[in-house]
Design a protein around this ligand. Structure first.
Ligand code: HEC
Ligand code: HEC
Length: 301
């Protein structure tokens, strides 16, 4: 019998199995493709893949009909369910704002001292207050109001002015040494007219005030009483509501070492606390003032 020349027969096919090339190891048909000794098996396409394709196509057809899908012009098909994530997001945001507005409006209109006494309200407002403080105040006063060179600590029990909530609200609104017409003024005058030796004696006295070893009956003590007590208090403990800090505690603005105090006495100081009127709402200002008061309370033993 002549060799078959059927063009469909694969080259090298075994005449006993017709056109089929069988892989001797697995028993599967092969496609006849051979890459350097590796033959491709002719296995059936997996059914699970076909089902996955059918299901996902079915799902996309249903989704096209029910959900927003096709853009056209400046718009898009809405789908039978008319679901719109833009609208959903806007509604969610409105609910959130309405919830916040409920208590935020109270900060705009009610007496700060009464708000301060409402522990539940303060608790609700705390996260928003902390965020406002981080955004607007922490750059100067430090995270958590821990202060820094030139910027007073807020998280302590001593104040330049007062811890009264109404005063704190006004300080935030008008600022200190700011460009607002109603600003607080708190200036440490320069004592450059004094003898340098007197300034040095005063400086030593001020350093000693901090650890309680200052002698008020000394010459330096007399200089202090004469020149400084009117603003810093007879005992140097501040609290006269003229913007002068306590010199008897650990908290410092510029520093209470000899060199820094000499600098303060020679040139004076006038730190600027900006006015927040117009930059923060009334409600935000009141909320922040009460937050600062709370920082101070939390820091006290
Ligand atoms: C640009 C820097 C700066 C920023 C921002 C700033 N402050 Fe001040 N703040 C100061 C300075 C400086 C003083 C002290 C002024 C002085 O030396 O008399 C001060 C003083 C204060 C005081 C009085 C402190 C006391 O012991 O009596 C309070 C309260 C205060 N700031 C709160 C805030 C709050 C709340 C914010 C955020 C809304 C804020 N500050 C943002 C610089 C700043
Ligand atoms: C007119 C009021 C006034 C008089 C008088 C005055 N001070 Fe002051 N002093 C201030 C004020 C206000 C500040 C805060 C300045 C600021 O924060 O920018 C201050 C700040 C200081 C500081 C800086 C404290 C710190 O924490 O860094 C020292 C030190 C000081 N005064 C010492 C003196 C001494 C000593 C005298 C007397 C020779 C004196 N002061 C007289 C108002 C006064």
């Amino acid at each position: 019998m002549p060799e078959t020349t059927d063009p469909k027969q694969l080259p090298g096919a075994d005449p006993h199995t017709g056109n089929r090339l069988i892989d001797p190891v697995s028993g599967y048909d092969t496609t006849g493709h051979d890459w350097g000794g590796i033959t491709e098996l002719n296995t059936a396409f997996p059914k699970i893949v076909i089902w996955a394709l059918v299901l996902s196509f079915g799902y996309s057809v249903i989704a096209w009909i029910l959900l927003p899908a096709w853009p056209y012009g400046g718009d898009y098909t809405r789908g039978l369910l008319k679901r719109d994530q833009q609208v959903q997001a806007a509604e969610g945001f409105r609910d959130l704002e309405a919830g916040r507005q409920d208590w935020m409006t109270r900060f705009a209109s009610e007496d700060p001292a009464e708000l301060q006494a409402d522990a539940a309200l303060m608790q609700t407002a705390l996260p928003a207050a902390r965020r406002l403080f981080d955004d607007n105040c922490a750059a100067c006063h430090g995270a958590g109001g821990t202060g820094g060179p030139g910027f007073p600590v807020l998280a302590d029990e001593t104040w330049l002015w007062s811890s009264a909530p109404e005063t704190l609200v006004e300080i935030l609104r008008y600022g200190i040494n700011s460009d607002h017409p109603d600003t607080f003024y708190g200036e440490m005058p320069a004592f450059d007219w004094m003898e340098r030796s007197e300034r040095a004696a005063l400086s030593t006295f001020v350093v000693a005030l901090q650890d309680g070893s200052a002698d008020f009956d000394s010459d330096a003590g007399a200089l202090f009483t004469e020149n400084c007590a009117s603003c810093h208090g007879d005992d140097g403990a501040g609290g006269l509501e003229v913007g002068a800090p306590a010199l008897t505690d650990a908290a410092v603005i510029y520093g209470q070492d000899h060199a820094t105090v000499m600098e303060t006495l020679r040139h004076g100081r006038a730190g600027v606390m900006p006015s927040w009127e117009g930059r923060l709402s009334d409600a935000e200002i009141t909320l922040l003032a009460l937050y600062v008061a709370q920082l101070s309370e939390a820091a006290q033993p």
